[in-house]
Design a protein. Structure first.
Length: 372
């Protein structure tokens, strides 16, 4: 099958978590014998920010870690629809320009023989619904939503049985425990400060508990304004800035534990959607403690795959317990790794996608007529 995926960026993971998953799942599809092409704008927000911060050197980790992934970068003014010629399956991520989304729909409506799917991996459907409604999806065959709560939003918008829950997952070829035991110290948190979506939670469930537990805290991520960095320093956290996602396994291997602090939308109006960092952490075999988050889809086994803290004080207790109890750490590590390998690898998601597509026949599918 010829598969074309239109992404915001495959090359850059600067504030772009979908790139983590996309790299893994496209590599799995290639391994299964499919011809895969990822297409991205030659200039895009994530890549521009990465190059501004780190220059071309910032891309070295991607190229060395994923030599089999060579994205096609199209220039402004170039017709990207031409890149979908001869495709059997076209997937369009929601972080694309509405004109691109519409143009591919027109090509599908005018006789394109490819299956056309929209892939949503963000909370904008509830936080900025008009931004999603601006997309013309009238000729799309369906929607891939990265959580059941998000899929329900699309069902309310009229997509019925043309929306599928397609969770993110860990690329277990790259994210796995270290081959040899390593010396581990302190806590690591990899996350972006973002748009004040979890500022209070970062203080309540990360900075103060780590300080109270007396554990060194290393923080990696981007979009930390000066006042945020000053807050980190007040709590004796060490801020390291951006790190290529391909280097995350080696960083996890140096630390005793990590923490999950979900963005507010995923703890409230879109429950049950973990960030990809949960999958990646468990795959790498690092004990994980999470702030309050409802695993409404039963993706994991709380208390076995990870610990849950319902308050800052409980987070402190969990971190102290992990420091003192090697058996607890070993149990969480083994259970978490097993869960990822059994249910949540990019290989699983590639299989799910192929099953979805096999159930669609573009020639006979009546496209969805409108989003609202």
């Amino acid at each position: 099958m010829n598969i074309v995926y239109f992404t915001h960026s495959l090359r850059s993971c600067w504030n772009h978590g979908n790139a983590h998953f996309l790299r893994g799942v496209l590599r799995e599809l290639i391994a299964r014998g499919h011809h895969v092409r990822a297409c991205e704008p030659e200039r895009n927000w994530s890549l521009d920010n990465l190059l501004a911060d780190h220059g071309e050197k910032g891309l070295e980790s991607f190229h060395s870690s994923y030599p089999d992934l060579q994205p096609c970068a199209y220039a402004a003014g170039e017709d990207p629809v031409a890149l979908a010629q001869d495709a059997d399956l076209v997937i369009v991520h929601e972080w694309n320009d509405p004109t691109l989304v519409a143009a591919l729909g027109v090509a599908r409506q005018r006789g394109g023989r490819f299956t056309l799917l929209f892939h949503d991996t963000h909370h904008r459907a509830v936080s900025e619904p008009n931004a999603i409604r601006a997309f013309d999806l009238s000729a799309y065959d369906g929607v891939l939503a990265f959580g059941e709560a998000l899929a329900d939003v699309y069902r309310r918008w009229g997509w019925a049985n043309r929306v599928w829950t397609w969770h993110e997952a860990a690329d277990t070829h790259h994210f796995h425990p270290p081959a040899e035991p390593t010396e581990r110290h302190g806590i690591i948190w990899i996350g972006n400060w973002g748009d004040d979506e979890r500022t209070r939670e970062i203080g309540d469930y990360l900075l103060r508990p780590a300080e109270a537990a007396g554990m060194p805290l290393d923080i990696y991520g981007v979009r930390y304004p000066p006042q945020a960095i000053r807050t980190l320093l007040r709590h004796h956290a060490r801020y390291h800035g951006w790190v290529p996602n391909a280097r995350v396994p080696e960083l996890f291997a140096r630390h005793l534990a990590t923490v999950h602090v979900p963005r507010r939308y995923y703890a409230t109006v879109l429950p049950g959607i973990p960030t990809i960092r949960v999958f990646e952490a468990l795959a790498c075999g690092i004990p994980l403690v999470t702030a309050p988050w409802s695993d409404s889809e039963r993706l994991f086994t709380p208390g076995e795959d990870f610990l849950v803290a319902h308050s800052g004080a409980e987070m402190t207790r969990h971190l102290r317990a992990l420091t003192a109890d090697a058996a607890l750490r070993a149990h969480l590590i083994s259970h978490g790794i097993a869960t990822i390998r059994e249910r949540h690898s990019c290989a699983h998601r590639a299989g799910e996608l192929l099953t979805i597509v096999a159930g669609l026949r573009p020639a006979s599918v009546e496209p969805q007529r409108n989003l609202a």
